[in-house]
Design a protein around this ligand. Structure first.
Ligand code: ADP
Ligand code: MG
Length: 249
């Protein structure tokens, strides 16, 4: 079962993973009110169960499912253009997905983008944490063109994540000083969230370094083991049937 970015960030926030503030809106009016409340520049993000939104195009020609809005009026305008519209990305297929909600979130000043993901390595029967300095791009592309730029850290399920694993990753990404410490904390928190929730995929792309030196999860994707959902009624509540194949539902 997949959840939306805003829901994944809510879950990760419970584990003290650093995420920017934000709220979901179902109408342009709500988007306006939330943008006012957040203050300053906000980002309006289409919520669909697919990635590549930033570079996506709506079927009416409107470009981009991730938009920077300098004012609350602009935020409302973007929300109006996105809501009810169909967004096509490299992950949706040509039919695209209809946008029913948008996420309003604080705009970050990005110094650098990284990739951080946790997935089950079935062959090794272990979770693997993948990290790369090539963030913001599709990891499949990095894996195909520059596999040496992906650091893989396998976690033995019987031992669990250890502090040295997180330090190895923060070091591999080139962090130093306070940012190094923040990255170590974030990796440990992300792994705990992944394990506790029976996640099969937890992906932060991009993880960012802000221009004032903080490490933040700017995007979040989570998918869960369907067979474990009886243990997680709170996550089950996040299920969005409109995003699933009607025949299977
Ligand atoms: P997707 O992966 O679906 O395209 P992302 O959330 O990764 O969506 O957003 C795409 C890009 O937009 C990011 O790589 C980042 O450069 C920019 N972006 C996203 N959220 C913010 C934000 N809150 N502040 C500033 N830039 C952002
Ligand atoms: Mg992304």
């Amino acid at each position: 079962m997949k959840v939306h970015e805003y829901q994944a960030k809510e879950i990760l926030g419970r584990y003290q993973v650093a995420v920017p503030k934000g709220k979901v809106a179902f109408s342009a009016e709500q988007a306006y009110a939330i943008a006012k409340e957040l203050g300053g520049t906000v980002v309006v993000k289409a919520q669909i169960h697919a990635g590549g939104r930033g570079k996506g195009t709506f079927t009416d020609g409107f470009k981009g499912g991730v938009k920077l809005a300098k004012t609350a009026d602009d935020a409302a305008e973007f929300a109006k253009k996105m809501l009810g519209n169909t967004l096509v990305t490299h992950q949706t297929g040509p039919a695209g997905r209809q946008v029913q909600k948008v996420y309003l979130t604080e705009a970050a000043n990005i110094a650098r983008e990284y990739y951080l993901g946790i997935v089950l390595d079935r062959a090794k029967q272990m979770n693997v944490i993948m990290s790369s300095t090539e963030g913001g791009v599709e990891i499949e592309k990095v894996a195909a063109e520059a596999p040496e730029k992906i650091l893989k850290t396998w976690i033995d399920p019987l031992v669990g994540i250890q502090p040295f694993h997180a330090r190895q990753i923060a070091f591999g990404l080139g962090f130093t000083g306070e940012a190094f410490k923040e990255c170590v904390k974030l990796v440990a928190a992300l792994y705990k969230a992944h394990e506790d929730t029976d996640s099969t995929l937890t992906e932060i792309n991009p993880l960012i370094l802000t221009d004032d030196g903080h490490v933040v999860a700017l995007d979040a994707k989570m998918a869960f083991d369907d067979n474990s959902m009886y243990r997680h009624p709170d996550i089950m509540e996040m299920r969005d049937l409109t995003e699933e194949d009607p025949l299977e539902v």
